[in-house]
Write a protein that binds this ligand. Structure first.
Ligand code: SF4
Length: 301
């Protein structure tokens, strides 16, 4: 697979993509003897994945939602109204994760690099994170290097504890494998994973199917409109993504309004998360330190 392959497949019609998704999941199910569940977030992508499977393959396939304790109340309500969804929970609260590991800021990749550069005992890894490997990849972007010396930590670890571990535990206990509605075009990490493993992944630590790999956001909305699926009301409230309300991944991108929305529409939730601390520094102070545009930003001349 190459970047061109992805581009070419992304240009397929919706009908071709639906057929492709059905084939992807069907061949996955054949390999795992039909033992699958849909990893359901209450968002549009997993809604679409769940509908494709239940509409075209098997209407009784279960879905599983992990309530991280960090979701929009509207999303949780919407999930509770969906048929055949099991709700699981992490064993640890996000407050404890932030206290111990740091804030989820910038991106999954960059926060991991920064955490490693700060805390690794390996000189080699630290050098890779600072200067890149032989081919120049794996390093902290210049604009975020100052975070190595920040008085707080940033980290990608909360996804591990709040999402990956509960799903892994569920998989282990039930013997079911996840079907996940992520797309290769969403991030560099997801694209690289798709390049390496394709739409069904049997070689990674987590065996899983990704039938929407070649889809785009527009395809998902077109599918939702085509089949008139009810979807989470938060999209009509101006929110572009479901998932954790507190997540700071991507909040530095120009025009991102997530914290403005949160303060305006969910002031109590906003206040609660802004006072969470790592190393004595609050989330509010950390956002200010990173130069993020958010409602409590103090402009310093
Ligand atoms: S989406 Fe963001 S806040 Fe939620 S678990 Fe992952 S890193 Fe943490």
């Amino acid at each position: 697979m190459t970047y061109e392959d992805l581009k070419q497949r992304q240009s397929w019609t919706l009908e071709q993509k639906i057929d492709h998704a059905v084939i992807v999941v069907s061949s996955f199910m054949e390999k795992v003897q039909g033992k699958v569940f849909v990893s359901y977030s209450g968002g549009k992508d997993s809604l679409c994945t769940m509908d494709i499977i239940r509409r075209f393959i098997d209407r009784d396939i279960p879905a599983v939602f992990c309530n991280t304790g960090n979701e929009y109340p509207e999303v949780v309500k919407f999930v509770r109204q969906t048929d055949n969804v099991t709700i699981i929970r992490p064993e640890i609260h996000i407050r404890q994760i932030i206290e111990k590991y740091g804030f989820p800021l910038i991106s999954k990749e960059q926060s991991q690099y920064i955490r490693q550069a700060k805390h690794t005992h390996s000189e080699k890894l630290r050098n890779i994170r600072l200067f890149g490997s032989i081919n120049g990849i794996g390093k902290i972007a210049e604009r975020w290097k100052f975070l190595i010396d920040a008085p707080f930590d940033v980290s990608e670890q909360c996804c591990n504890f709040l999402k990956k571990k509960p799903f892994k535990k569920f998989s282990k206990e039930t013997g079911l494998y996840p079907v996940i509605g992520t797309m290769a075009g969403e991030s560099r990490l997801r694209f690289q994973k798709w390049l390496k493993y394709g739409c069904n992944s049997f070689e990674t630590k987590m065996i899983a199917s990704y039938p929407l790999s070649i889809w785009t956001d527009d395809d998902v909305w077109a599918y939702i409109r085509k089949f008139k699926l009810p979807y989470s009301p938060i999209y009509d409230m101006g929110i572009k993504r479901t998932g954790c309300v507190v997540c700071g991944f991507g909040c530095h991108i120009k025009g991102d309004r997530r914290f403005y929305f949160l303060k305006e529409c969910k002031p109590k939730i906003y206040e609660y998360f802004m006072q969470l601390k790592n190393n004595g520094i609050s989330y509010r102070e950390a956002l200010q330190y990173c130069g993020i545009d958010f409602p409590d930003k103090i402009f310093i001349r």
